[in-house]
Design a protein. Structure first.
Length: 185
């Protein structure tokens, strides 16, 4: 007999990837905010943690994508309006674009600035072999910051959607990504 509640819920691996990445992204956003308000040399030390966590988020995201390709994803709730389903899919695609693009953009900008990335003191990731171009690095850092802001707004939209579906629509919403709670049929 098929557990229909489980069929409408993400796998435990997907849940772990989701919540670890979500927490890491929020922490990394707060680290970037703290760095922006700090003075040198503390600013550089704080940004070093932001860069390392960003690379970690990149690798976690690649792991999540591999997991997603090898494990079934539950269907969206059947009571969603067409626009809600389209918006949900678009936001998820944008999440993956940003989860991969922001760390790669940060690495690219650091490379163009001639900087390596210190991974919490364990090892360093060398600059990409591109040569230095400080003006291009500055432009990419600007795009990176804008992308980070867009990401935060999308996260807020995602959270509001999950809460709406959980408490107003009562279609399971957030419980699809938690190992407890009821996900109705």
């Amino acid at each position: 007999m098929i557990n229909t509640n489980a069929a409408r819920r993400y796998s435990l691996g997907a849940m772990i990837f989701h919540w670890v990445i979500a927490i890491a992204v929020i922490v990394n956003w707060r680290i970037a905010e703290a760095a922006e308000h700090a003075q040198m040399p503390e600013k550089a030390e704080i940004f070093a943690n932001h860069k390392a966590l960003g690379i970690l988020i990149l690798f976690l995201t690649l792991g999540r994508l591999l997991w997603r390709w090898t494990h079934p994803v539950p269907p969206l709730p059947s009571d969603l309006a067409k626009w809600e389903a389209t918006l949900a899919r678009a936001v998820h695609i944008l999440f993956y674009v940003l989860l991969i693009g922001l760390p790669l953009g940060g690495w690219l900008a650091n490379s163009l600035a001639g900087r390596e990335i210190d991974m919490f003191g364990f090892f360093t990731i060398p600059p990409l072999p591109l040569g230095e171009n400080s003006e291009l690095a500055k432009s990419i850092f600007g795009l990176h910051a804008t992308g980070g802001s867009v990401f935060i707004y999308l996260i807020a939209l995602h959270i509001l959607g999950a809460l709406k579906h959980t408490f107003f629509d009562r279609n399971g919403g957030i419980f699809r990504m938690l190992p407890f709670g009821k996900v109705p049929g």
